[in-house]
Design a protein around this ligand. Structure first.
Ligand code: UAG
Ligand code: ATP
Ligand code: API
Ligand code: MG
Length: 510
């Protein structure tokens, strides 16, 4: 594609402020290590103080045959002596995303985006399932990667970088996927990874503390998420908003200014209202008021929070033109989300074990409250906190686990570059009755072996993850596999009388 043609496809007010020369562009990349001859290299500024500066890799990109450069306005790159067209912009992250969207030129027609602190993966998964049951060729993209899985699909981030994202959307379009539900993380929105997206509908699930290591404060966190409704959802799109959110009125007025069609949902009075919820042994029974019409529904999904997520999915499917009765008919057939309130098994003494992805204070509270009705005796939780993530969450998560569960085991999650003992100490600081276990595997084995008949254990924080990030290594670790091993050990102990408690590394508590 000619560079001029590519630039001419950008929205007028996003045109780069300077453009020196023309040429054929064979591809785009924001990583010098992926440059091929004729590619345009976007030299992006770091998104955090500790990030790298893409401009430090311009020479490397030119050596690899870059045919054009996009650099931050005002950046002096004369020492690189580029002999190729140089585009400059005050916001190269946004421009490269818009270029990627124009270069790919295709995205599934019925595209929806979900943002919010918790529930994005769940809503994206349920929305895809609804569409599949309505006969559409549908995909979902986010923390669980691309579903249905494909080779070379984005997998590292919840919201991929703009080049990966729009390349993926083009591929889905070429394979006749007509529907896509994707997760719009606050990092992704803040870094303009999704700019150029043409969603028909967008949902906001909730806002609570997370990622303050990156956004610095809740207002900045909210503003990043609001970009989805203020900038990305085209005017007149469908905004699916959680009426239970404190920020509901604020978000609704932003959407009204953009002439979005608003579909509200939640326990409060709303278009898609959850009026009553009753947990059952195999899920839950709901009484709904859908645009004022009472509807009774049985879900096989565990977790009261999933009722709200399902309503968000209903709103998104409505926003893409499906009929409400047809959508409602699919709901009893929806299946659970991997690693979200996922039942793993039952220990020898009759304790039930679940794995969940709760890794924020609000989610820890939500999952405990969701599974309490399924607990005949004591509810236990194994939880840790991620390293190189918002440290403010740690005492909050530890405190909520200690307060709401009958037994709380504080252990490691993904320590990353931090000292695991220090992370545990921060969580323990608000959890006086919790048991600290200095190794996740040992914590799971101890918690499972402590279960008695009628007890229930939640192993929280890692959900679907298949690795534990310690330092710069990712060690194989799947909570579900370890839980199954621990359950098997209790069965073996019962049969042979050995005691698996000696597997544990308990440092205090009972
Ligand atoms: C903190 C953060 O979001 N960082 C993102 C950001 O990196 P950065 O700008 O900070 O700095 P950098 O990646 O070190 O390098 C800067 C630039 O130099 C380029 N570079 C770098 C090295 C090189 O040899 N050549 C080169 O060209 C890089 O491609 C990059 O464009 O821009 C990069 C390019 O788009 C992203 O890959 C990177 O995501 C990192 C890997 C990351 O871990 N992000 C996490 C925190 C994240 O985004 N999480 C969200 C949250 C999920 C949720 O909880 O909802 C997600 O969407 O997954
Ligand atoms: N609507 C909700 N309200 C509160 N907590 C929720 C809700 N939905 C899910 N959760 C909790 O949050 C956890 C993560 O859910 P999910 O993976 O759907 O969220 P997410 O927004 O995709 O998370 P991430 O930002 O890490 O990708 C669940 O395992 C559950 O504990
Ligand atoms: N178990 C992970 C969950 C967070 C994953 C993702 N939401 C992110 O923040 O990178 C952790 O706490 O390390
Ligand atoms: Mg997610």
């Amino acid at each position: 594609m000619r560079l001029d043609d590519l630039l001419s496809q950008l929205p007028e007010n996003y045109r780069p402020i300077e453009n020196h020369g023309n040429g054929d562009i064979t591809g785009l990349s924001l990583d010098s290590r992926k440059i091929k001859p004729g590619y345009l290299f976007a030299a992006l500024p770091p998104s955090t103080d500790s990030g790298l500066d893409g401009c430090d890799f311009i020479s490397q990109a030119l050596k690899a045959g870059a045919g054009a450069l996009l650099v931050p306005a005002g950046k002096d790159i004369s020492d690189c002596e580029p002999q190729v067209p140089v585009i400059t912009s005050p916001n190269p992250r946004q421009v490269i995303a818009l270029m990627a969207a124009a270069f790919s030129a295709q995205q599934p027609e019925n595209l929806v985006a979900i943002t919010g602190t918790n529930g994005k993966t769940s809503v994206a998964t349920f929305t895809r399932q609804i569409w599949e049951k309505l006969g559409h060729k549908a995909a979902s993209l986010g923390t669980l990667g691309l579903y249905p899985p494909q080779p070379n699909a984005p997998a590292a981030l919840t919201t991929p970088d703009s080049i990966e994202l729009f390349t993926c959307l083009k591929g889905l379009s070429e394979q006749d996927f007509t529907h896509l539900a994707l997760e719009a993380s606050s990092h992704g929105l803040d870094q303009y990874r999704l700019d150029g997206l043409k969603p028909k509908a967008a949902a906001f699930t909730n806002l609570s503390q997370d990622h303050l290591d990156y956004h610095k404060d809740m207002e900045s966190y909210l503003q990043a998420k609001l970009r989805l409704f203020e900038n990305l959802l085209p005017e007149g799109g469908t905004a699916v908003l959680n009426a239970d959110m404190l920020e509901f009125d604020q978000i609704r007025s932003i959407c009204e200014k953009r002439k979005h069609k608003i579909i509200s949902y939640g326990h409060n009075i709303s278009d898609l209202q959850v009026v009553e919820q009753r947990p059952t042994t195999d899920g839950q029974e709901l009484k709904l008021s859908l645009f004022g019409k009472t509807t009774h529904l049985k879900l096989t999904l565990t977790g009261s929070f999933q009722a709200g997520n399902i309503m968000a999915s209903v709103g998104l499917a409505l926003g893409c033109g499906a009929s409400l009765p047809a959508i409602v008919d699919t709901l009893p057939k929806l299946s659970g989300v991997p690693g979200r309130a996922e039942k793993v098994g039952t220990s020898a003494k009759g304790g039930t074990v679940y794995v969940d992805f709760a890794h924020t204070p609000d989610a820890v509270e939500a999952i405990i409250n969701a599974l309490r009705p399924h607990t005949r005796k004591k509810l236990s939780i194994v939880v840790g906190c991620g390293g190189d993530r918002d440290p403010g969450k740690r005492p909050l998560m530890g405190g909520i686990a200690d307060k709401l569960a009958d037994r709380a085991y504080i252990t490691d999650d993904n320590p990353r570059s931090e000292d695991p003992a220090s992370i545990r100490a921060q969580a323990m600081s608000a959890a006086p009755n919790a048991i600290e276990v200095n190794d996740r595997r040992k914590a799971i084995f101890k918690a499972v072996s402590d279960l008695n008949d009628g007890d229930l254990l939640i192993i929280a924080g890692k959900g679907h993850e298949s690795g534990q990030i310690i330092g710069d290594k990712v060690l194989p670790f799947d909570d579900r596999d370890v839980a199954r091993e621990a359950i098997a050990a209790t069965l073996q102990e019962e049969n042979s009388g050995t005691d698996i408690k000696n597997e544990t590394g308990v440092t205090n508590g009972t």
